[in-house]
Every structure is written in structure tokens, then in C-alpha cells.
Design a protein around this ligand. Structure first.
Ligand SMILES: *[C@@H]1O[C@H](CO)[C@@H](O)[C@H](O)[C@H]1NC(C)=O
Ligand SMILES: *[C@@H]1O[C@H](CO)[C@@H](O)[C@H](O)[C@H]1NC(C)=O
Ligand SMILES: *[C@@H]1O[C@H](CO)[C@@H](O)[C@H](O)[C@H]1NC(C)=O
Ligand SMILES: *[C@@H]1O[C@H](CO)[C@@H](O)[C@H](O)[C@H]1NC(C)=O
Ligand SMILES: *[C@@H]1O[C@H](CO)[C@@H](O)[C@H](O)[C@H]1NC(C)=O
Ligand SMILES: *[C@@H]1O[C@H](CO)[C@@H](O)[C@H](O)[C@H]1NC(C)=O
Ligand SMILES: *[C@@H]1O[C@H](CO)[C@@H](O)[C@H](O)[C@H]1NC(C)=O
Length: 821
């Protein structure tokens, strides 16, 4: 080792002369000093130590920066809180006899280091890693440092540094941002390990938690599933009796320079890589990186879904603690259980599996790396205050055990990657799911009983329905079923004529089976959609009014809302709220617009439609069969919440019975159940068929052309069925959701849709069962062949009027068929 001893160079800072500055490989200081113009260069030439002055601050600091990078990038500052303000007198760095580095100016100590022990012959050296170290010159172990700058990081973590705790010395190595780019004094942001938690890092803003990485899971941090092996660096988290720390290391062979920094301006921890060609630092990773990274945004027992609108949701089985605040997008109070855990019944408790998560904060957690997941479940289930568990290490199928106690904090879900979490639930919250599971297992071999069992399931569902509804994050609003003092506004014709500019053709926004729909604007500014029921004049006034009242009573988040009606001069008008996003078909069948619907949005749309249908079939007193469920009858509000429209009309003008036979078939090709199209037999199960088709269309972004098309490859349902049997059904999904998708969830939805479109109505699930299948993990029976006809040709069509075309520019029509028998 080239050692230059006893160097004392004093240089005036007023005339800094880099040419004159001295650069040496390493330095041994002993009762000697380095002055302000002097630079110490590490042996391999990577780093340099000396004095610098950031920007126009006029203040001087002792620091370390990259030697070969043209943009001065300081990685460590010695006297960050105590700058040298007056540069008229030279400052000197001295390694004194007892092994302390002492920075002085005019005999005033500005900064000094401590030494683990006093030694005879201390030496100081800047290593090529950027670590400035003091050693005992007599010690043969070159790594027995008496002091090292790596133990006192500034805002930068270099390769080989440790971010975290030395439990023997109590030293907590944390990064703290510079206050400003011109002021290296400690800013508000820091990144640190909390030794009470297991294997997590926090970004703090002042004393508040700002971002949590999520616990280390053997591969990475739970909150950064995207960051895995890469060609630039390795990283890890060490937790022993003596140490808890995060570290990263450049790949041995990699010449790529990288640094990990906390930056106050960016309010983030950023990893940069140096781009040699562009002579620039490029951001490689950054945290927090989106809204959902904000610490505990959704409160206790909530989870953040970045694609959600709003992003915060309660975990299943929980509802907002303060619904009022929640609806005003203040989620801080989080969620509470629908049904509290009763510890006297702890042995009946079950665990609900949640997938794809950043697992909750580990402050009140317990970790045992030796247990497997089964033992972990056991352990959790024995202690009633244990609320959740999962594998602590996800490698090789998972091992280790992490238990959570109390509320679950700061959870988010990821479109891909993320961890499983098993949350303790009262049996009754999941009971129905298990009943169904049993039912399904029985149902598979004994197809004959399937129908009966499903009917049974339906009744069980009826009984449980209230509770399940409650559990749906308070999203479902059932109101006024029982309210009889209904005062639905009666609009007068001039008002509506004015709003729609005399039913101007330009204002026509749709054409339903019973008449055209117009956009309009009331004098108070409210936008409305007016449906003109031109062809129901045969209906008596009283019946019409009754029907209107009855429709008005159907109030549900997923049904379009009737605002009022109008009867005048043979005109019968229904006034609805206007939906700015038009209907679902505008999105899913449009090349550009469907890009706006990622999988999470689509899934929520599917669930929303299902809830609307559930309400029509089971929750409303009158059990309405929609008979024309299709993409163009599903409207989307500004938050893309689906609203079924045209509800009740089919029932309204049809027969009285719930399951029956009609001479007049109302519906739309492609959505019509075969028994309905062919025999006029309608039931809730024919709506289920349409629902199944709709779900397929939403997932695939393709239109089901209709059952009558002979070439069955043109039929979405049959194509799905064929690919399903080959195990390749994912080939059919819209490529826009391929990336963002949760394949198992998509598969489940396709599976359910195939069950809904089965040929035999009795094989199809009720909407209650279908919703349960979509929203939980009950076992699903294998679907049978979907219902469609071959070689039948288009049935005879009787059109009501000349303007049957939907405005959606598709080839779809609501039609009325004559009895096909
Ligand atoms: C350090 O140097 C000063 C003068 O430069 C001298 O007076 C002092 O004795 C030295 N101390 C040691 C321990 O060498
Ligand atoms: C070296 O500096 C440290 C820190 O200023 C001080 O505590 C120690 O007494 C000094 N040792 C000598 C020999 O001056
Ligand atoms: C240096 O220290 C001496 C004695 O403490 C003081 O008189 C002088 O003003 C100081 N010089 C500067 C530039 O601070
Ligand atoms: C933080 O980031 C900003 C913007 O990227 C940059 O201008 C600034 O110099 C950085 N601050 C520090 C202290 O490096
Ligand atoms: C480094 O590169 C050399 C030559 O390219 C290769 O043989 C060696 O395996 C590499 N080592 C590592 C650790 O990647
Ligand atoms: C808890 O369960 C026990 C046994 O089933 C029951 O007696 C008790 O009333 C329950 N407590 C509450 C608060 O529900
Ligand atoms: C359950 O776990 C909590 C938290 O670790 C602990 O305080 C309590 O003693 C445990 N109870 C039992 C019965 O083991």
C-alpha cells in the first residue's frame, strides 16, 4: 500500500486551485492535517474526498463525491450541520493521536469523529467503495475499522453500506435528505429501519411515517413486487441477533454506477444509475411511486387499489367505520368488521385468503422463520388476538410464519405479484361460501340434483342475503322498497320539450326497444335522458302510472335512476338521470376506448351489473326479469359505475308470472337464451344467460354475434367453450387486460360466465350463486356446453318500427320475435 505519511498542506480557500491540489491514493494521517484544497482520491480512483461548496451557498463542507463523474455528486458530508462559513482562514482535517478525525478552522473544532478505542498508530484511508475509514495501523485485519463514514450516512446509500441497526452498539444508520440542493443539513425526509418491526424500511417525513416498504419476504419488499433480480445490483435484508439492515451490492462485473438516495424535493427515495453515454443520472426506481404508496391511506383494514375509483376499499367482511367521511373520500378512519370476532367461538373462526397484497404493517407482528404455513395457521388460530397470518418468506413455495395482531394497517393490492394474506373471520361471514363449496362438490358428479341444489342454494342465499349485502363495502344501497309515500315528480310536456329542444333529432342519444331516448337539460342545469314510450299507448293511464311508481321504487346503485315521468297528449315519457359515459358497448367494443378499462375496472363493472341484477331478481319485492340485458343497456356514470337501464320495462309490458311463456319475445340476438328465443320461455335463468354473455364480452372485448350463426367460430360463447376445454381460454381475452390482469380472477370470471350460458336453464346458477362464485373462492362445477343453435338460421323478425337500429353503430338490435315454434 502506498502510504504517504505526515502530510500537512495548507491552502487558502479564497484561491482554490485545482491544479495545485494534491491527489493521493490513500492517506495515513498522524498528527497531520489535510487542508481545504487537498483531495484524497481512493486507490482505484472511484471516489474523492475534499472540500466543496454546494451551488451559491458560499458555505464549505468536507465531503466525498465520485471522482470520475463530471456532475459533482456528493455522497457523504462530514460537517453537514456546521458549515465553514468563512473561507478567509484555512480549514484543516487532522487525524489526531487518539484516532479521531478533527476538522478545525482557526483553532475552532467544526467537526470530529469518534474512535472505538485509542490506538498507537491510527491511519485513515478513503476506500474505493467510497468508505472513509480509520484503522489501527498495527492491526493486521484491514477491516477492523475504528471509525467509518459508512456508519454515518448522509442521504446516500452506496453499494456495501448498511441501512439499519447495529444492535450491539445501538447505532441506527439512517439516510436523511438534504434540506435543499444547496443545503446538506438534515431535511425532513429520512429512511430508516424500525427495529420493533420485522424487516421493514420506512420513509419518514419528520416524525410521521410517509412510506412503508412492506416486510422483506426473502425476495424483496412486500410493497415492491416489481423489483426483483436485475443486472445492476443485488439487494437483501439481514436480520440477526446483532444486526437488522438493508443493503445492496453492485454486481461484481457490472461497471454500472448506481446510488440510492433520499431526496426532499422529490419526496422520495430514488435509485439512480449513471448513463455513461448521456453523462446523466437516470432514475431507475423510486418510492413512493403512486397514490397507494402513501402510508396508511385507506386506514385500518382498508386496502388501496390503484386502479380503483375510489382507490380505497374495505377488506372483504369489513365496512367503513365512518361511512360519511368515507364517502367524502376521507378514508383515514378505515374499516371495521361487519361482525366482531367472538373469542368464545374462536375454534369456529376461519381464514379468508386475500391475494396480491403488500402485507400489513408489522409493528404488532410476530415472526418465526422455522414454521411452515400449516403450523402458522395453527399458531394463529390458537390465539384469538391473532388477526392474520402468512408466509414470511415466499421463496420455494413459501416458508416461515408471520402473525398479525389487531388491526391490519397499510395494505395495498397489486395487479400482479404481491403476497397472500389469510385474515381471521367469524365462521358466519364465510359460512355461506363453505356451504356452497359443499354444494358444488356434490353437484359435480350428480348433475341431476344440481338444479335442486342450486334452488336450495338460492333459498340459503335468500336467508343470508341481508348480511352479504351489508358486507359489500356499503356500496349497495337498498332504499325505499318499503316506502309507500312515493312522490315521483310528474313533469309536464312543455318542460321536457324545452329540455330536449322539442325532441330534436340531434339530441337523440339512443333507441331502446320501446322508443327513442333523448338527451335534455332542465332549466336548473340537470342533465336528463328522456325515454319516449311511443308504442305503449294501448296501456291505460292508471296502469302506466302504477308501473312508473313500481319502477321508481327500484332504487339501487347499479340501476339507472328514474327522476320522473310525464303523461300528456298520448305521450308517455320517462325521465332518467343522464349518464355522461354513455353505455358499456361504447367502451368494450371500441378499439381505443377499451384501453381505458383495465381489468380492475372491468371486474368492478361485472360485479356492479351482477349486483343490479341480483336486486332485480331477488331483492326487489316484485322480482323483475330484465329480458334485455346487454352492453348497450348498461350505462356508466362518471366513475364508471355500471347502471342497468331499461329495467322493468320488459316485465312491465309482459306477463304477470315470474316464469312463464310469452308469445312475444323481447330481447337481443346474442344475449337471448335459447329456450327463450326458441320457445318464448323466459325466467330469471334467461337473464342469467344474458349476464354470462355480457361477462364474456367484457373480458374479451368482443361481441357475441348470436346463437344462430352457423359458423360457431364466430360465436364468442362457443369459442370460449372450445378454448376452455383445451385449457387455452386466456387466449381469448382482450389484449389490453393481459398485462394488468390477475389471470386467476379472469379465469374464474370466464368459468362463471360459461356456467351462466349453459344450454339447460336448470344448470345455470341463480344470480345469487353466480355473484358468490365471482366474489369468493367457492369451488365451481365444470360447465356444460353453452346454449346455442346450429343450422337454424335467423328467426323471423317482426320489427315494431322502422328505426330499430341502436345508435351505438353496432349491428345489434333489440328485437321482438314471433313465436318461433
Ligand atoms: C504533533 O505536531 C505538533 C507540531 O506540528 C507537535 O508539537 C506535537 O508534539 C506532535 N504530536 C505528536 C503526538 O506527534
Ligand atoms: C482527538 O480529537 C478528539 C475529538 O475532538 C478529542 O476528544 C481527543 O482528545 C483528541 N485527542 C488528542 C490526543 O488530542
Ligand atoms: C481566528 O481566531 C482568533 C482568536 O480566536 C480571532 O481573533 C480571529 O478573528 C479569528 N479569525 C477568523 C477569520 O475567524
Ligand atoms: C433532488 O432532486 C431534485 C430534482 O430531481 C434535484 O434538482 C436536487 O438536486 C436533488 N437534491 C439533492 C440534494 O440531491
Ligand atoms: C464476470 O465476467 C466474466 C467474464 O465475462 C465471467 O467469466 C464471470 O463468470 C463473471 N462473474 C460474475 C460473478 O458474474
Ligand atoms: C360469544 O359466543 C358465545 C358462545 O357462542 C355466546 O354465548 C356469547 O353471547 C357471544 N358473545 C357475543 C358478544 O356475541
Ligand atoms: C396471544 O398473542 C398476544 C400477542 O402476541 C399475546 O400477548 C397473548 O399472550 C397471546 N395469548 C395467548 C393465549 O397465547
Amino acid at each position: 500500500m502506498d502510504i504517504v505519511s505526515f502530510i500537512t498542506i495548507v491552502f487558502c480557500m479564497l484561491v482554490p486551485s485545482f491544479q495545485a491540489s494534491m491527489a493521493v491514493d490513500s492517506i495515513l494521517l498522524s498528527n497531520s492535517s489535510v487542508s481545504d484544497s487537498m483531495r484524497i482520491v481512493s486507490k482505484g480512483g472511484s471516489f474523492e474526498l475534499g472540500f466543496f461548496s454546494p451551488g451559491n451557498s458560499g458555505k464549505h463542507y468536507l465531503g466525498i463525491w465520485y471522482k470520475n463523474i463530471p456532475i459533482q455528486t456528493v455522497v457523504w458530508v462530514a460537517n453537514r450541520v456546521n458549515p465553514i462559513k468563512d473561507s478567509s482562514v484555512a480549514a484543516t482535517l487532522t487525524l489526531n493521536a487518539t484516532g479521531s478525525l478533527v476538522l478545525t478552522q482557526n483553532d475552532t473544532v467544526i467537526w470530529y469523529s469518534t474512535s472505538l478505542k485509542q490506538v498507537q498508530n491510527p491511519v485513515a484511508e478513503l476506500l474505493d467503495s467510497g468508505n472513509f475509514v480509520v484503522r489501527d495501523g498495527e492491526d493486521n485485519n484491514p477491516e477492523a475499522y475504528l471509525w467509518q463514514s459508512f456508519d454515518y450516512p448522509t442521504d446516500t446509500l452506496l453499494s456495501g453500506m448498511k441501512l439499519g441497526c447495529d444492535l450491539k452498539t445501538g447505532l441506527n444508520r439512517r439516510l436523511t435528505s438534504w434540506k435543499t440542493p444547496e443545503d446538506p443539513s438534515p431535511g425532513d425526509f429520512s429512511i430508516t429501519v424500525d427495529p420493533r418491526n420485522y424487516l421493514e424500511l420506512y420513509i419518514m417525513k419528520g416524525d410521521s411515517k410517509f412510506f412503508r416498504t412492506g416486510p422483506w419476504n426473502g425476495v424483496g419488499f412486500s410493497g415492491s413486487p416489481e423489483l426483483t433480480e436485475n443486472h445492476i445490483f443485488d439487494f437483501g435484508f439481514v436480520s440477526t441477533k446483532y444486526d437488522i439492515y438493508y443493503y445492496w451490492l453492485s454486481h461484481k462485473n457490472s461497471s454500472i454506477i448506481s446510488r440510492y438516495v433520499i431526496n426532499q424535493t422529490e419526496e422520495a427515495r430514488i435509485r439512480y444509475v449513471w448513463l455513461e453515454d448521456e453523462e446523466n443520472w437516470e432514475i431507475y426506481t423510486q418510492k413512493p411511486s403512486d397514490h397507494c404508496d402513501q402510508y396508511n391511506l385507506c386506514g385500518q383494514n382498508g386496502k388501496c387499489v390503484i386502479t380503483g375509483s375510489p382507490p380505497c376499499q374495505c377488506l372483504k367482511g369489513f365496512t367503513p367505520k365512518s361511512p360519511q367521511k368515507w364517502s367524502l373520500v376521507d378514508w383515514s378512519d378505515g374499516c371495521v368488521r361487519n361482525k366482531p370476532l367472538n373469542c368464545s367461538e374462536k375454534h369456529t373462526h376461519k381464514f379468508m385468503k386475500l391475494e396480491g397484497l403488500k402485507v400489513p404493517e408489522t409493528t404488532h407482528s410476530w415472526l418465526d422463520k422455522t414454521l411452515n404455513v400449516e403450523q402458522c395457521r395453527q399458531k394463529c388460530s390458537e390465539n384469538c388476538s391473532c388477526t392474520a397470518y402468512t408466509n414470511s418468506d415466499i421463496r420455494g413455495g413459501g416458508s416461515g410464519c408471520a402473525l398479525w395482531f389487531g388491526d391490519l394497517i397499510d395494505i395495498r393490492s397489486f395487479a400482479s405479484g404481491g403476497q397472500d394474506l389469510y385474515v381471521r373471520m367469524p365462521a358466519s361471514e364465510l359460512e355461506f361460501g363453505n356451504n356452497k363449496k359443499l354444494i358444488m362438490i356434490v353437484a359435480i358428479p350428480i348433475a341431476a340434483i344440481l338444479c335442486t341444489v342450486l334452488v336450495g342454494g338460492y333459498f340459503i342465499y335468500k336467508v343470508r342475503r341481508k348480511r352479504i349485502e351489508k358486507s359489500k363495502n356499503a356500496q349497495v344501497e337498498i332504499q325505499s322498497n318499503e316506502r309507500d309515500d312515493l312522490d315521483l315528480p310528474l313533469f309536464d310536456l312543455p318542460t321536457i320539450a324545452q329540455a330536449t329542444e322539442n325532441f330534436q333529432e340531434n339530441n337523440k342519444i339512443g333507441q331502446g326497444g320501446f322508443g327513442p331516448v333523448y338527451w335534455g337539460k332542465l332549466l336548473n342545469g340537470q342533465e336528463i335522458a328522456v325515454k319516449k314510450l311511443s308504442r305503449i299507448s294501448e296501456l291505460g293511464l292508471i296502469e302506466f302510472k302504477n308501473e312508473v311508481k313500481f319502477i321508481a321504487k327500484l332504487q339501487h346503485r347499479n340501476l339507472v335512476k328514474l327522476l320522473g315521468y310525464c303523461i300528456e297528449d298520448e305521450e308517455k315519457l320517462l325521465v332518467y338521470e343522464h349518464m355522461p359515459n354513455k353505455s358499456l358497448d361504447f367502451f368494450i367494443f371500441d378499439e381505443t376506448k377499451r384501453k381505458l378499462l383495465d381489468w380492475f375496472k372491468r371486474f368492478h363493472i361485472i360485479i356492479g351489473i351482477g349486483r343490479g341484477l341480483l336486486y332485480l331478481h331477488q331483492d326487489s319485492r316484485l322480482r323483475i326479469i330484465h329480458r334485455d340485458l346487454k352492453a348497450s343497456n348498461v350505462l356508466l356514470d362518471d366513475k364508471l359505475i355500471p347502471k342497468i337501464s331499461d329495467f322493468g320495462l320488459a316485465k312491465n309490458f309482459g306477463e304477470e308470472e315470474i316464469e312463464g311463456n310469452t308469445r312475444r319475445v323481447v330481447g337481443t340476438y346474442g344475449y337471448m337464451a335459447p329456450e327463450y328465443a326458441a320457445d318464448g320461455l323466459y325466467s330469471m335463468k334467461s337473464d342469467i344467460f344474458s349476464f354470462g354473455i355480457l361477462v364474456l364480452e367484457i373480458i374479451c372485448g368482443k361481441k357475441n354475434k348470436g346463437f344462430y350463426i352457423e359458423d360457431s367460430t364466430h360465436n364468442l360463447a362457443s369459442e370460449a367453450w372450445l378454448l376452455w376445454n383445451e385449457g387455452k381460454v386466456l387466449e381469448l381475452i382482450d389484449k389490453n387486460i393481459e398485462d394488468t390482469c390477475n389471470a386467476s380472477e379472469i379465469l374464474r370470471c370466464i368459468h362463471v360466465s360459461l356456467l351462466c350460458v349453459q344450454q339447460n336453464p336448470d344448470d345455470r346458477p341463480t344470480i345469487g350463486s353466480a355473484m358468490l362464485m365471482l366474489e369468493s373462492e367457492v369451488a365451481l362445477p365444470e360447465p356444460k356446453q353453452p346454449g346455442f343453435f346450429h343450422g337454424m338460421g335467423p328467426p323471423k323478425v317482426h320489427t315494431f318500427s322502422s328505426s330499430q337500429k341502436e345508435c351505438s353503430s353496432t349491428n345489434e338490435m333489440t328485437v321482438s320475435l314471433l313465436d318461433a315454434r
